[in-house]
Design a protein around this ligand. Structure first.
Ligand SMILES: Cc1cc2nc3c(=O)[nH]c(=O)nc-3n(C[C@H](O)[C@H](O)[C@H](O)COP(=O)(O)OP(=O)(O)OC[C@H]3O[C@@H](n4cnc5c(N)ncnc54)[C@H](O)[C@@H]3O)c2cc1C
Length: 406
């Protein structure tokens, strides 16, 4: 593309937030022209699948593709795949691509995050940070030998999922984290339960032990940790921090602060909205700015940013985003789910059963969070409470009734 095109609504990013935004625009105002820009050349896909079944089963991209693309194309949405946005002039409403520019009535930025790879590991062979389809292909290729050892560096939820999937398919895999208490923000019990899951599965764990060196030894490779331990690491999966993909927006006129800063309607600038992992928005439910890296939040953001972008062009009231954060994670056949928003000083209530456990988090007389290992239907009820004004006592009663009768 060269020269300047003109579109009513332009969306950067064709993952969950970008597609939900396109759907919302098409639904709110059929007459608007919509273009979706994605630097990834292939059709959009479901990112959470990469650390789950798609990691160990020989499925192709088609198995994890997001089906809404065909419907959106039928509705006239113009997809520019393999096209990178390189700059933005928010005041002039002009988006710059590698070749050419697009002027827009409204813009939705749904450009997500990039993984961060520690300098010690960056650029080495068979080191993969799993974020994109190509990363999955690289990881599958690196795992091709039968006796290949894997070290997962970063014991968060995604690191745990990768460990679980690889261990489940018979791989020798170790889990490493510099923090002595991975997932410690949810409380010591959650760290212990997470560690116990991996221990029962036979995964060697090195927590509170940072990687200090990489030892290439003939055909094998090892990571040396601060404790002196040497961990087999023919393949290294980095699963730590991610960084909002905002480098290209430095001189755009937007406020960037670990994400694109937006108001409660996801508006970052006149005519410019942000959605998903890249958006740091003011969540009126909690009275503070939040940025999340969760699928459900990205989907909800996409819907609201798309609706508000369409209405900024055709007129109509805006919607605020007061979502309750939620995520799920699947590890060793156990579903872990969390909903809510935690500070530092919550009281907790823990109930453990043979088939799982549930933790309630409360502040004053309010229920502010719930985390569950299994206990799926109880979790759904508690999550619903969090969307309203959930009282701590009611949450405790619900848990007491469900667990004493289960
Ligand atoms: C392996 C993995 C497993 C996960 N599992 C879970 C899970 O179990 N549960 C859960 O809640 N969440 C999970 N997540 C998180 C979830 O996938 C993300 O929250 C979600 O994908 C965010 O969607 P998004 O649309 O905001 O951004 P992304 O999915 O990051 O997509 C952004 C898109 O924008 C494109 N882009 C970026 N910059 C540009 C540019 N300048 N020009 C054009 N295109 C650009 C990118 O290439 C990308 O395609 C997982 C994430 C990963 C990586």
């Amino acid at each position: 593309m060269s020269g300047t095109l003109s579109r009513d609504v332009v969306i950067v990013g064709a993952s969950v937030a970008g597609l939900r935004a396109a759907e919302a625009v098409a639904k709110a105002a059929r007459e608007l022209t919509i273009t979706v820009i994605s630097e990834e050349a292939h059709p959009p896909y479901d990112r959470p699948s990469l650390s789950k079944a798609a990691l160990t089963q020989p499925v192709g991209l088609d198995a994890v593709s997001l089906r809404s693309v065909a419907r959106l194309r039928d509705q006239g949405v113009d997809f520019r795949l393999g096209t990178r946005a390189v700059g933005l002039d928010a005041s002039c409403r002009e988006l710059h691509l590698e070749r050419g520019s697009i002027s827009f009535g409204a813009l939705v930025l749904a450009c997500g995050c990039d993984p961060v790879v520690p300098a010690l590991l960056a650029g080495r062979p068979r080191v993969v940070a799993l974020r994109r389809w190509e990363d999955l292909l690289s990881l599958r290729a690196a795992l091709a030998g039968t006796s290949v050892s894997v070290a997962v560096v970063g014991a968060g939820f995604i690191g745990g999922e990768v460990t679980s999937a690889l261990k489940g398919s018979g791989r020798a895999v170790s889990l490493i984290d510099v923090s002595p208490q991975p997932l410690g923000r949810f409380g010591a019990f959650v760290t212990e339960s997470y560690a116990a899951l991996h221990e029962v599965a036979g995964v060697p764990q090195y927590f509170g032990d940072g990687v200090v060196d990489v030892l290439e030894a003939g055909r094998g490779r090892f990571l040396r940790l601060s404790s002196g331990a040497q961990v087999p690491a023919d393949v290294i999966v980095v699963s730590g921090a991610a960084r909002p993909s905002t480098g290209w927006l430095e001189s755009s006129g937007l406020i960037l602060r670990n994400g694109i800063v937006c108001d409660a309607t996801l508006r970052a600038h006149e005519g410019v909205f942000a959605a998903g992992d890249v958006a740091r928005w003011f969540n009126p439910r909690y009275g503070t700015q939040i940025r999340l890296e969760h699928w459900t939040n990205a989907a909800e953001h996409g819907r609201i940013a798309g609706l508000n972008a369409a209405r900024s062009v055709v007129g109509g009231s805006t919607e605020v985003c007061a979502a309750v954060p939620y995520f799920w994670s699947d590890q060793h056949d156990v579903r872990i789910q969390f909903a809510g928003f935690l500070g530092r000083d919550e009281r907790t209530l823990l109930r453990r059963t043979d088939d799982g456990s549930i933790v309630l988090y409360g502040r004053d007389d309010q229920l502010v969070g719930v985390l569950a290992f299994e206990h799926r239907s109880l979790f759904v009820e508690l999550r619903t409470m969090l969307r309203g004004k959930g009282a701590w006592d009611t949450g405790m009663e619900l848990v007491g009734a469900a667990i004493s009768t289960s």
